[in-house]
Design a protein around this ligand. Structure first.
Ligand code: CUA
Length: 157
């Protein structure tokens, strides 16, 4: 078959367009995915949290004038520590992991929300202002007690 030079040009142009489209779609799909991966540090031993420097004693630590880090362990069916107590007008970075299955970590009524995967550490940074008590809920089905899995985040003065 003979293809005219112009047709070849158009063919090349449309192939380029398709590649560009595929490229942007892939980029769009990868973007948030990569962000999620970057949000969690891989490989922590979910079965060995008792020996882990950060998670053997789930806690809130002050790391700056108004900066805190919260090390939180989720499990069937709750969160440690509970309540998580943080001072008002501060920035809190939550590091959350699981000792068993996939859980959710959602501070009710806020956009603070992440999935918690055993073997990974999810990181989520939150600005807290006024003293208030927040519910902490698990939004990933994790077993028979999922609906009752909850904790508290208390912002105190
Ligand atoms: Cu933990 Cu649902």
């Amino acid at each position: 078959m003979h293809i005219h030079a112009y047709e070849k040009l158009w063919l090349a142009a449309s192939v380029m367009l398709i590649l560009l489209l595929v490229g942007s779609v892939t980029y769009g799909a990868i973007g948030p995915g990569v962000a999620m991966v970057a949000d969690s540090e891989p490989t922590i031993d979910a079965g060995g949290l008792d020996e882990d420097e950060r998670f053997s004693e789930p806690r809130v630590e002050q790391v700056g004038e108004n900066e805190y880090e919260a090390y939180v362990v989720s499990f069937q069916f709750g969160f440690q520590p509970d309540p998580i107590v943080v001072p008002e007008n501060s920035t809190v970075t939550f590091y959350v992991t699981s000792r068993d299955v996939i859980h959710g970590f959602e501070v009710a009524g806020t956009n603070a929300n992440t999935m918690v995967v055993p073997g990974e550490v999810s990181e989520i940074k939150v600005e807290v202002e006024e003293p208030q008590e927040y519910g902490l809920i698990c939004n990933e089905y994790c077993g028979a007690g999922h609906h009752a899995m909850e904790g508290k985040v208390n912002v105190v003065s």
